[in-house]
Ligand binder design. Structure first.
Ligand SMILES: [Zn+2]
Length: 480
């Protein structure tokens, strides 16, 4: 258990490197396809398997995706940048070097705004650069295999400053970056398939100390849950080491999912270990001003713009705004419903409740939802004009989702129109009172919380169709 003295003594410092696989059809430097899940080594050519004498050619779309991401994150776009060779040997890297960017990356600076536990936090970025992915080693029993389908797949590496202070902030940061990448449609953000992976640099220092402590790097974390868990574990481990008078060693560690611990993998390389030098096979990149301004114009409204709009213009609570803005398609669905005249908060309630629940249960994307924004507007109108009550509306919504029919059609088909006729409701209430003399006496003796019981009985008799407001009024009147 953490004691409060522990949390007061040390401050956590976290910096993240996110590797985002770009949503291009072809690889970074050759025309091979990038699709996930193909037979091993079927998506390769002499360039990406590192044959001697071949020449890489830059994928223009990958460059465009990286610049757009930089623009969306407020980075400075370098007018002049270049690729560099990062030299190291590994079986999944047949060239013996990875083409990356080093001293002249395409994007520098920038920042991301987070809201964690109601507090606004600005996380600054160091840089974004392009690089190619390595292949994949597969170990089976005594044998090891290499699959080079992934070798040469275009990646963006988004590097943050060490501005993150808690595991929760780290997860929120990755969520925000993922959301922005998906809004821009430059990365599918699929963490299970490895399209988005993250390395975390973490250290602790006595509170108030300026100098950073010795950091460790946790490699290849590939789920939001693991980001928080791995960081929590690692911070606690470092605290324990320092408390026992030990020293933190700069090293790379791996998150062991099944054991729930980080384990030492190797001592951390320094940049000079890689002997970076400018890639001689590629000319430096010069970004044309006109192309840059075209790309600026093509940046869509981003999650933060949507959140502002949902709170300011549509008066949604921040919680709702945050949730509905997290995915471009969800935000668009919401905006369409509102543009059709529905009350924004009603739309939000239905979306965050029934719609999300049913989409999750069925695994359907919101774009393929059988209930369209116009359908929801129809249902909301039937509730607000008193044709059906909210409880019935929920069952109608489920039926709409199952059948794709409109609320009007279903209400008519199933005879679900709400009973608001006072005379008819009075008779039902009288019958319920007569059948329950015990509860009636208790109510009259002051146990007014029994109202719920009486309403429930009336609903049973009317198959849920009674107008609850009218029933409450009648009950109050008849029971005194
Ligand atoms: Zn290739």
């Amino acid at each position: 258990m953490k004691t409060s003295i522990d949390t007061l003594t040390y401050e956590t410092v976290i910096g993240l490197e996110i590797h985002a696989q770009m949503k291009t059809q072809s690889k970074m430097f050759c025309p091979c396809p990038t699709q996930f899940g193909a037979e091993p080594n079927t998506q390769t050519c002499p360039v990406c398997i590192g044959m001697p004498g071949v020449l890489p050619v830059i994928n223009k779309l990958a460059l465009e995706f990286t610049i757009k991401t930089g623009l969306a994150l407020g980075c400075r776009i370098s007018a002049f940048s270049r690729f560099a060779r990062k030299n190291y040997f590994y079986p999944d890297l047949p060239k013996g070097y990875q083409i990356s960017q080093y001293e002249l990356p395409i994007c520098e600076g920038g920042f991301v705004m987070l809201n964690v536990d109601g507090k606004d936090r600005r996380i600054n970025l160091t840089r974004i650069h392009m690089e190619e992915d390595a292949g994949k080693n597969i170990h089976e029993g005594a044998a090891s295999h290499v699959d080079l389908n992934r070798a040469g797949v275009p990646l963006m590496e988004i590097v943050s400053e060490p501005d993150i202070r808690t595991p929760k902030e780290a997860a929120a940061y990755v969520r925000k970056i993922r959301s922005i990448l998906r809004y821009l449609d430059v990365c599918d953000g699929n963490m299970e398939e490895g399209s988005l992976r993250c390395d975390a640099n973490v250290s602790i220092r006595p509170l108030g100390q300026e100098a950073l402590g010795v950091k460790t790097e946790i490699k290849n974390i590939n789920s939001f849950k693991f980001i928080e868990k791995a960081l929590e574990y690692e911070i606690e481990r470092q605290r324990r080491v320092l408390k026992e008078g030990g020293r933190i060693i700069q090293e790379t560690r791996l998150w062991n999912t099944s054991a729930g611990i980080t384990e030492s993998m190797r001592s951390k390389e320094e940049a000079h270990d890689y002997r970076y030098f400018p890639e001689p096979d590629l000319v430096p990149l010069v970004v044309d001003e006109r192309w840059l301004s075209e790309m600026k114009k093509a940046i869509p409204e981003l999650p933060d713009d949507k959140i502002q709009k949902f709170i300011g213009q549509f008066k949604l609570p921040p919680y709702d705004a945050d949730l509905l803005a997290s995915e471009r398609q969800t935000a668009a669905w919401f905006e369409e419903a509102v543009s059709l005249g529905a009350n924004p908060k009603d739309v939000s309630n239905w979306m965050m409740g029934e719609l999300m629940r049913l989409l999750n249960e069925t695994g359907i994307d919101i774009e393929q939802s059988p209930v369209k924004p116009a359908h929801l507007c129809g249902l909301i109108t039937l509730v607000s004009d008193g044709t059906i009550n909210l409880k019935i509306a929920k069952t109608v919504f489920e039926d709409m989702f199952k059948t794709g029919k409109t609320a009007g059609e279903l209400v008519k088909e199933k005879g679900l129109v709400q009973i608001s006729d006072i005379g008819e409701l009075e008779k039902t209430v009288e019958a319920v009172i007569a059948e329950n003399p015990n509860e009636t006496n208790r109510y009259k003796a002051g146990e007014t919380k029994l109202t719920g019981f009486f309403v429930g009985e009336v609903m049973k008799k009317t198959k849920g169709k009674a107008n609850p407001k009218a029933v409450n009024e009648i009950l109050r009147r008849l029971l005194g």
